[in-house]
Design a protein around this ligand. Structure first.
Ligand code: F0G
Length: 463
């Protein structure tokens, strides 16, 4: 397929996307080399590792914490599009735009912080919160990063944006591209993403390629593609994505009146989100917005446990890739791109890394659902992981915990229906552990007696 020309096309394929702002620079996470621009693969020109965004101006001209808090609070009364965004409202901690009208926004962020009293009782902690990133416009946390990265793609003159995805990134990218007048190319593993997510990419007009490979294969191909075609990659390798995703933590702390929780627990896949949240915590601490750091812990599915193994087997020095397999398809990733960033934030905040089984994930998801909240399977690893961290006494019984629910329940309805019908796991023993949580639909004759009978049965089952 010939790619239409764009303003970046005349330059060499690996040339800088042309993004420069005096407010920020790119820094290599390994050799710390600083640069004003980044190549299309967002890797260090010196050593090839990933880049992050840094704000040297904060050294000489440190933003005042109280003024920031007050400005952010006042913007909640504003009707301006950038102020209505739960990302751009915090723009002092983001790469700067010439004008906030440049932002491609769908009013992302602004997500609720819920208490989970029933789950807190199950786990044994006094206060348990869930910040529900599944309440974003396309149903996942990806929107908070996408608004920033898509904005910078358009600002750099690109016509095409692209991503590899387990589904949520592609849904989000396609939406923001459509809103911003950009074209989008999606690479997803064939047969391994949920129909809900695929349908979003199609509806928002993406060119969608279902590749006969897994997510890691899709991402590898995308890395090559950006060196040969003028497409701007919007995976979380793109550091602008992570800057937007930082606002999760800023918004959370504002909701908690700047009193840090003891623990924040996040699912780990490609490890961009944990890196972003960790970066936000470290920056907020450095700027005096919070007095102490919460511990940030990452939970993975047992079948996609590259970070767990990397830490246990190499002390976080070398990535241990795995052949990923889990029904939590959003985190079915074996070769996480941002592993080094994640190791850094775990160490810097003193967090833990754990893995949970498929049955533990299903149980936790049903328990969150029973609170009237609901989430997708990848998000439920957080509650399953918390149970383990409590058993290990890493989380103490007097501590406050926030779970990051990354995706909406409706992202993967097949999983939920299979669970309640008892079709998710074939083994009889696993089924019995989950039986009390199952609420299968019943097919009845359309009579009063039949429905009253169903009510009576439900009362008996409960009692
Ligand atoms: N939860 C959900 C719902 C996700 O979609 C993802 C990642 C994660 C957790 C893990 O976040 O990769 O930053 O560690 N989904 C990506 C995608 C990979 O393509 O949608 P991570």
């Amino acid at each position: 397929m010939p790619l239409p020309s764009n303003s970046a096309r005349n330059s060499a394929p690996t040339s800088a996307p042309g993004v420069h702002s005096p407010g920020f620079r790119f820094r290599c996470i390994a050799c710390r080399d600083l640069s004003d621009s980044a190549g299309q693969n967002f890797r260090c020109a010196q050593c090839g590792d990933l880049l992050e965004i840094t704000y040297p101006e904060w050294k000489e001209n440190r933003p005042d914490a109280e003024q920031l808090k007050s400005a952010w609070r006042h913007r909640r009364l504003s009707g301006d599009a950038a102020d209505l965004s739960g990302v751009w409202r915090f723009r002092e901690l983001l790469p700067s735009l010439d004008s906030s009208e440049q932002a491609i926004t769908l009013r992302e962020g602004n997500t609720p912080l819920y208490e989970l009293p029933q789950c807190a009782r199950i786990v044994g902690v006094p206060r348990l919160f869930a910040k529900h990133q599944g309440m974003n416009p396309t149903g996942s946390f990806k929107d908070t990063g996408m608004t920033v990265a898509a904005t910078f793609a358009r600002r750099a003159g690109f016509r095409w944006v692209a991503c590899a995805s387990t589904g949520n990134t592609s849904a989000s990218m396609a939406a923001y591209a459509a809103r911003g007048g950009l074209r989008s190319l999606v690479l997803v593993p064939e047969g391994r993403i949920s129909w809900s997510k695929l349908s979003q990419a199609l509806d928002y007009g993406a060119v969608t390629c279902q590749l006969r490979t897994d997510f890691d294969g899709c991402l590898g191909l995308l890395q090559e593609l950006v060196l040969h075609a003028p497409v701007y990659q919007l995976n979380s390798i793109n550091p602008f994505r992570l800057e937007g995703q930082k606002t999760f933590a800023i918004e959370l702390l504002e909701q908690l009146d700047w009193q840090p929780p003891d623990h924040i627990i996040v699912p780990g896949g490609n490890l961009g989100n944990s890196s972003a949240i960790g970066k936000a915590l470290l920056e907020m601490h450095e700027l005096g917005l919070i007095a102490r750091l919460p511990k940030l812990s990452v939970i993975q599915a047992e079948g996609a446990n590259a970070l767990v193994r990397t830490l246990r087997e190499t002390g976080g020095k070398t990535l241990v890739s795995v052949q990923a397999e889990t029904r939590a398809t959003a985190i079915r990733i074996g070769n996480p791109a941002s592993w080094r960033k994640a190791v850094h934030v775990l160490e810097a905040t003193g967090g833990a890394c754990e893995q949970v089984s498929e049955i533990e994930i299903a149980q936790a998801k049903a328990e969150i659902g029973a609170e009237g909240i609901g989430c997708e399977p990848a998000s439920a690893v957080t509650l399953a992981g918390l149970k383990k961290l409590v058993k290990q006494k890493f989380v103490r019984l007097d501590e406050t915990v926030v779970l990051v629910l990354t995706g909406n329940l409706l992202k993967d309805p097949d999983y939920t229906i299979e669970f309640h019908r008892g079709e998710l796991f074939r083994e009889a023993d696993s089924a019995s552990a989950l039986n009390s949580l199952r609420r299968p639909p019943v097919v009845l004759d359309a009579t009063l007696d039949a429905v009253i009978g169903a009510l009576d049965q439900a009362e008996k089952d409960k009692g």
